[in-house]
Design a protein around this ligand. Structure first.
Ligand code: NAD
Ligand code: UFG
Length: 338
């Protein structure tokens, strides 16, 4: 089976490419390198011991997708490409709707025209907004609080309408919680351009001495230690989940929506302590004001992923920290950071 991966050189996409190759799929990637580096192609191939086909191009450009589809003839698509910074989306809503919603429509149109009707889509726990319950299941209300969240919710709705109109589509909407960690080889990991805005890459850079201290956004939440609680999922577990979703779609037409998390929540302070324990280094921190828009607690009910896909997370906090720190100190990261 031939899988076309948009955004396949990015953080989650690159790890998923490795797992797809390991599972025997042929893989082609379309990526415009707006948040990645071409050297990732070599590293994916080095880890998996197999080649991928790389198309440098933009999902917003119909001809880029058409040319790549003609050359590769995919059976299925995994659509990772898009913008993902919540704060930026508030400042630049049109950019976010263009890169996320408009680009996705272009991709889905080309898929429909070429009869490629199997799709795995990267959605996000951000569609739940500020959840009312501690454990969030897939039926929880969709109430995004940012243009980024709205863009994901809109694409989810478009996909539901597509399946409604044509039941031969096979579509998985995967709602990721907080992806973290890196490949255990130290060759692949997240490579945020500039100062990271997410917690885990930020802590890793503080532990490595590249940033002076962590600012913890809020110490007065109604959580055991007062700091925000999230469900951190190892990126290799997430990658595995995409293979499980593709396997499911191979057997069953229609639309599925699945949370990908671990079901365990950890506070910011617990993550700091875990990194300190594993790195043996101090992570200086200061508690500051809450960050606008942050939820108090966001943890997945993962029972559907298990019952539907037979998938659950294999890695815990220690592996996330260990692999992230290994990646952080790896020479390859140094070579690709801008
Ligand atoms: P990433 O930025 O590391 O990867 C995205 C990749 O897509 C990059 O390689 C980038 O160059 C490419 N890209 C972006 N726009 C493109 C376009 N128009 N055409 C071609 N390539 C394009 O992001 P990620 O963390 O790997 O996230 C992947 C997907 O998962 C995104 O859709 C994101 O919204 C979603 N997601 C991420 C998180 C997270 O915390 N990382 C959480 C929930 C959902
Ligand atoms: N945090 C800090 N200091 C920092 C960064 C983060 O205290 O420098 C805290 C946040 O306040 C929050 C926790 O760490 O309590 C996690 O924050 P992240 O920015 O790492 O992640 P978010 O939960 O805000 O959002 C992430 C992605 C979204 C995605 C969402 C899905 O950034 O794109 O997970 O759950 F939609």
């Amino acid at each position: 089976m031939r899988v076309f991966v948009t955004g396949g050189l990015g953080f989650i996409g690159s790890h998923t490419c490795v797992e797809l190759l390991n599972a025997g799929y042929d893989v082609a990637v379309l990526d415009n390198l707006s948040n990645s580096d071409k050297s990732v192609v070599d590293r994916i191939e080095q880890i998996a011991g197999r080649k991928i086909i790389f198309f440098e191009g933009d999902v917003r450009e119909r001809t880029c997708i058409q040319v790549a589809f003609t050359k590769f003839s995919p059976d299925a698509v995994i659509h990772f490409a898009g913008l993902k910074a919540v704060g930026d989306s508030v400042q630049q809503p049109l950019r976010y709707y263009n890169w996320n919603v408009a680009a996705s429509i272009t991709l889905f149109q080309v898929m429909a025209e070429t009869n490629v009707k199997t799709l795995v889509f990267s959605s996000s726990a951000t569609v739940y907004g500020h959840p009312a319950t501690t454990l969030i299941n897939e039926s929880s209300p969709i109430m995004p609080t940012s243009p980024y969240g709205h863009s994901k919710a809109m694409i989810e709705q478009i996909l539901a309408d597509m399946v409604n109109a044509d039941s031969t589509w096979r579509i998985a909407r995967l709602r990721y919680f907080n992806p973290a960690g890196a490949h255990k080889s130290g060759l692949l990991g997240e490579c945020p351009k500039g100062t990271p805005s997410n917690l885990m890459p930020y802590i890793a850079q503080v532990a490595a001495g590249k940033l002076p201290e962590l600012k913890i956004f809020g110490g007065d939440y109604n959580t055991p230690d007062g700091t925000g609680v999230r469900d951190y999922i190892h990126v290799m577990d997430l990658a595995d989940g995409h293979v499980a979703a593709l396997t499911y779609l191979g057997q069953q037409a229609g639309l599925i929506t699945v949370n990908f998390g671990t079901g365990c929540g950890y506070s910011v302070l617990e993550m700091v302590l875990a990194v300190e324990r594993i790195s043996g280094k101090k992570v200086p921190y200061r508690i500051v004001e809450r960050r606008t828009g942050d939820a108090e607690e966001c943890v997945a009910d993962v029972s559907k992923a298990m019952s539907l896909l037979g998938w659950n997370a294999r890695y815990g906090l220690d592996e996330i920290c260990c692999d992230l720190l290994k990646w952080e100190t790896n020479q390859f990261r140094q070579a690709t950071v801008i």
